[in-house]
Design a protein around this ligand. Structure first.
Ligand SMILES: CC(C)(COP(=O)(O)OP(=O)(O)OC[C@H]1O[C@@H](n2cnc3c(N)ncnc32)[C@H](O)[C@@H]1OP(=O)(O)O)[C@@H](O)C(=O)NCCC(=O)NCCS
Length: 178
């Protein structure tokens, strides 16, 4: 059953772990707080540019409530041994005003990193974004964030990078995806 215009799917990561991918829903607010709590300080800092000890409720609410057109987020989830769903990765975009450009962000819980989840979520999100008329993604990346720079390089997606005020402002045109 398509949920918010997106057909939920199962991804098999490089090590065989299965991750469910679906649009975020408002009920994910506490799961987002748990996901950030499970991230290292470094991962949190690279994502939020701030050493958050806990994702503030207001921010969690804003991140969990999207309109599935100008603001869209995909979550990758697994189930804890007790059976409770757990968010292990998130990729999102926010359209800039009334344009075909959107800022994107992605984060993966440390223990799930380097298994292909971040690049897969971003590739699926790019397709969703294209379907909603977005042509270009922008994002801010700290120069020491070699994992994100490596990911974008691997995907061939850095089209323009400008070092401004100590951060890279990166933009890339979304490929035409089938
Ligand atoms: C960036 C991030 C999302 C990558 O997620 P991931 O699931 O680990 O990424 P993938 O496994 O899909 O990696 C894809 C490619 O990225 C590159 N990469 C990922 N992690 C890397 C690392 N630690 N060092 C160097 N290159 C890395 C590699 O080329 C990798 O391909 P490979 O494993 O076949 O060599 C994750 O590291 C993260 O959450 N970082 C903190 C948040 C952040 O920086 N977000 C970006 C700003 S919004």
């Amino acid at each position: 059953m398509p949920l918010r215009g997106f057909e939920p799917r199962v991804l098999e990561l490089h090590d065989g772990t299965r991750v469910h991918v679906r649009p975020i829903v408002p009920e994910d607010e506490p799961l987002l707080i748990d996901a950030v709590a499970a991230m290292s300080e470094r991962t949190v800092y690279f994502r939020f540019f701030s050493p958050l000890k806990r994702l503030p409720d207001a921010l969690a609410h804003r991140l969990a409530v999207v309109d599935y057109h100008d603001r869209f987020a995909l979550v990758g989830t697994t189930h804890k041994p007790a059976g409770k769903e757990r968010i292990v990765g998130v990729a999102r975009y926010d359209r800039a005003g009334n344009t075909d450009v959107a800022e994107t962000a992605v984060a993966v819980v440390d223990e799930f990193q380097r298994r292909g989840l971040g690049s897969a979520l971003l590739a699926i999100l790019a397709k969703v974004a294209r379907d909603h008329g977005i042509k270009t993604f922008t994002l801010i990346v700290l120069p020491e964030n070699q994992q994100m720079l490596g990911l974008l390089r691997k995907m061939g997606w850095i089209h323009h990078a400008k070092l401004t005020g100590g951060v890279y402002e990166i933009s890339f045109d979304l490929p035409d995806l089938p």
